[in-house]
Design a protein around this ligand. Structure first.
Ligand SMILES: Cc1cc2nc3c(=O)[nH]c(=O)nc-3n(C[C@H](O)[C@H](O)[C@H](O)COP(=O)(O)O)c2cc1C
Ligand code: SF4
Ligand code: SF4
Length: 277
């Protein structure tokens, strides 16, 4: 089976999922590449045909696929496009996210032929409390590209689309997780919950640093920052994705959550990317 059209579908507030997806697409090496990025807007009614190889990459929020990503992608459909699904998570755990994504795209007619779980710098990572800082790094992207090349081989060696076999993503190998750091994390989580500490709902803005450049209002996935009023954040719209924090050229926005030290202290060992096809 030949490969011409390849379409990357992604939601990626801090760009790690998108970068992983782009590397996979590069490895698949189709002649006609397109990208549907739903970080800022939905995709409208979008139908992909069997002749298009699809790569879906989305982040993990709270062990699930980021809810806004699923909301934005609910109008997607396909007539059996061979599809690679990948979740990107911040070195803690992805729990059921890959299975969720599998069920979501399968229900819309996509044929899942490969799956991946990749590490991306945690949205709550800071210079003081780094969590998977700098990932995906060059090694991760090389791995993602080689995954794409394997997907290409799988597709090319199928005599016809109906002979391309699907994959059971539940059988993917989970990354190694040492017991004691996980135990420490769970214990600290219980303590945090019991302490009654109020969790921040939005990033804090240092008005003396803000130049009103408009980057944050233009890049907030859920319209939580109004142009011209960038020092305020609408709490009921903020999904705490940290796109504004990481993208602010003046470092005027910070999201100080007790999760940063907690995750940074408990998940220091870099987890491995995993694939199945
Ligand atoms: C609200 C929220 C919840 C998150 N939950 C998890 C999680 O459960 N496990 C994990 O390992 N990382 C978690 N992360 C980290 C992201 O999965 C990670 O930073 C990912 O690379 C972000 O993708 P993006 O750059 O495409 O936005 C969470 C991030 C946010 C903002
Ligand atoms: S990105 Fe930073 S400097 Fe620019 S408007 Fe937003 S808070 Fe202000
Ligand atoms: S205001 Fe909230 S939702 Fe908008 S970019 Fe910042 S953290 Fe994300």
């Amino acid at each position: 089976m030949d490969i011409e059209k390849v379409c990357l579908i992604t939601f990626s507030a801090t760009h790690t999922s998108r970068r992983v997806g782009e590397a996979i697409v590069q490895g698949i090496n189709g002649s006609e590449v397109s990208c549907v990025d739903v970080t800022l807007n939905g995709c409208g009614t979008l139908r992909l045909e069997e002749d298009t190889v699809v790569v879906v990459t989305v982040p993990v929020y709270g062990g699930h696929v980021a809810p806004l990503a699923l909301e934005r992608l609910k109008t997607l459909e396909s007539a059996g496009s061979p599809t690679v699904i990948t979740v990107v998570y911040g070195n803690r755990a992805y729990e059921k996210a890959l299975e969720e994504l599998d069920a979501f795209v399968s229900a819309r007619g996509f044929k899942v032929i490969a799956g991946g779980t990749f590490i991306g710098e945690h949205s709550y990572s800071t210079s003081v409390y780094p969590i998977a800082e700098g990932r995906p790094d060059a090694g991760d992207l090389e791995y993602a590209e080689s995954f794409g090349a394997k997907v290409r081989t799988k597709i090319m060696s199928a005599p016809a689309p109906d002979k391309l076999y699907g994959v059971d993503v539940r059988r993917i190998l989970r990354p190694r997780q040492p017991f004691f750091p996980l135990f420490r994390f769970l214990r600290k989580m219980v303590k945090l919950r019991k302490s009654g500490v109020v969790m921040p709902r939005v990033p804090v803005v240092d008005a003396t640093k803000c130049t009103h450049c408009g980057y944050c209002s233009g890049h907030c996935p859920n319209g939580a920052i109004v142009k011209g009023d960038e020092c305020n954040t609408l709490a009921d719209r903020c999904i705490r994705c940290c796109a504004c924090v990481k993208g602010c050229p003046q470092q005027a926005r910070v999201f100080e959550t007790p999760f940063s030290p907690l995750l940074s202290g408990c998940f220091t060992r870099p987890k491995e990317n995993r694939i199945i096809l």
